[in-house]
Design a protein around this ligand. Structure first.
Ligand code: ASP
Ligand code: MG
Length: 406
């Protein structure tokens, strides 16, 4: 007997037809003799509508009441799913965050789970009952309803799996799993059977949105085995597990990309101690995240160009912060370019293999693609290129690392 947490996202509970459909998947685990706890999202689009409702009454809404309104999406879907399960003869009961309770801190609208009381859930599970738990919500220190931030029902599921010591946490969504590259661009992309937490985190930061990044971090911290799969097809998805569980490790497991990058170059910056702090300090104060950075030393060692990237949304703000300090920083020009993309090759095998970066540079060179910025971590190499080359870069790299499906 295993204990499994099954989480169903918005598209998996989008209609009452879909809700009836997923009872089949819950039934399969119950019939196999497993203990099952279910976590659900609101029906697709429901939370967006609730946010709009709340904003239409008060643009500068009160966060406590906002949470009361937007958390109701998950109350509806939990109740409907419990109804559908009971109609099927499965002993199921819905649970709101406060009923469990799932305790959180007091940051309404973006609360963090602090503790989950599991005694009652444990008792129900032992009795063979299926708890259907509302994701996205909890109970704050002031005894009021909190929500955990948009997209956070994955976090509810992983936190519950950790607290219940579940053998596995199944995340049902509308994609088949994690792919070696975006299948909409790379026709030869393959579904990955197993990927490590760390690779998954790098893939997500590269822009692939299959599961909420904070949920993967939490799963890694607590050793929760994750299984990401589609509720629309009957096929195994991708297991996200500890590196040690992966026997046949590829050197590179996937290629990710992020179009949400914009490049800023400051020309003729003085090459002196403190200049980087003077530039990046004000950006950090303005809450602007800087991703890739390159700085060169010019021939005479006194003047240099500095290039870095921010998200597209932050580009104008970042430019403004730096324009305001032009005198003090003493640069000549500020050149910004939003039409860039970051391409990353990811794999824990890089730690023990040489030549991985060279293969990337070679493949891009053969396609005539110019590399503007390079950055690396232990298990990732990223390059910044012109956005127009996104598709050809992904395809040539996918082939270069032997990832193409036969
Ligand atoms: N329903 C919430 C949202 O749309 C939480 C989630 O679905 O993960 O953000
Ligand atoms: Mg989601």
């Amino acid at each position: 007997m295993a204990r499994i947490v099954q989480k169903f996202g918005g598209t998996s509970v989008a209609t009452t037809e879909r809700i009836k459909e997923i009872t089949r998947r819950i039934q399969a685990e119950v019939d196999a003799g497993n203990q099952v706890a279910v976590v659900i999202s609101a029906m697709a689009g429901a939370t967006d509508d609730l946010v709009k409702l709340s904003e239409s009454v008060s643009a500068l809404y009160d966060a406590r009441e906002y949470d009361v309104v937007v958390s109701t999406g998950e109350q509806v879907s939990a109740g409907l799913l419990a109804l559908a399960l009971r109609a099927r003869g499965i002993d199921a009961r819905s649970w709101l965050g406060w009923q469990v309770p799932i305790h959180t801190d007091g940051y309404h609208g973006k609360a963090q789970i602090t503790k989950i009381e599991t005694a009652e859930l444990e008792r129900r599970l032992a009795d063979g009952q299926v708890p259907v738990i509302s994701g996205f919500q909890g109970l704050g220190p002031d005894n009021r309803i909190t929500t955990l931030g948009r997209g956070s029902s994955d976090i509810s599921a992983v936190a519950l799996a950790a607290a219940l010591n579940a053998d596995r946490c199944d995340i049902f969504t509308d994609v088949d799993g994690v792919f070696t590259a975006d299948p909409r661009i790379v026709a030869k992309a393959r579904k990955i059977d197993k990927i490590s937490y760390e690779e998954m985190l790098e893939t997500a930061s590269g822009g692939a949105r299959v599961i909420e990044t904070r949920a993967v971090e939490m799963a890694m911290k607590h050793g929760v085995r994750l299984h990401v799969l589609s509720s629309f097809v009957d096929a195994p998805g991708t297991l996200i597990v500890d590196e040690g569980e992966i026997v046949e490790q590829e050197v590179v497991s996937g290629i990710a990309y992020s179009r949400d990058e914009a490049k800023i170059t400051l020309t003729h910056v003085a090459d002196r101690p403190g200049i980087a702090a003077a530039i990046f300090g004000p950006l950090a104060e303005a809450n602007i995240n800087v991703d890739m950075i390159v700085q060169n030393v010019s021939a005479d060692g006194s003047i240099t160009d500095l290039t870095f990237t921010v998200t597209n949304a932050d580009l104008d703000r970042a430019a403004k912060v730096l324009e305001e300090r032009r005198e003090q920083l003493g640069y000549q020009d500020l050149i910004s370019d939003p039409d860039v993309v970051k391409i990353s090759v990811i794999g824990v095998g890089m730690r023990s293999h040489a030549g991985v970066a060279q293969r990337m540079f070679q493949a891009l060179a053969e396609e005539g693609i110019n590399i503007q910025v390079i950055s690396t971590s232990e298990i990732k190499i990223s390059v910044l290129i012109a956005e127009e080359y996104t598709d050809s870069a992904l395809r040539c790299l996918h082939a270069a690392y032997g990832l193409d499906a036969a």
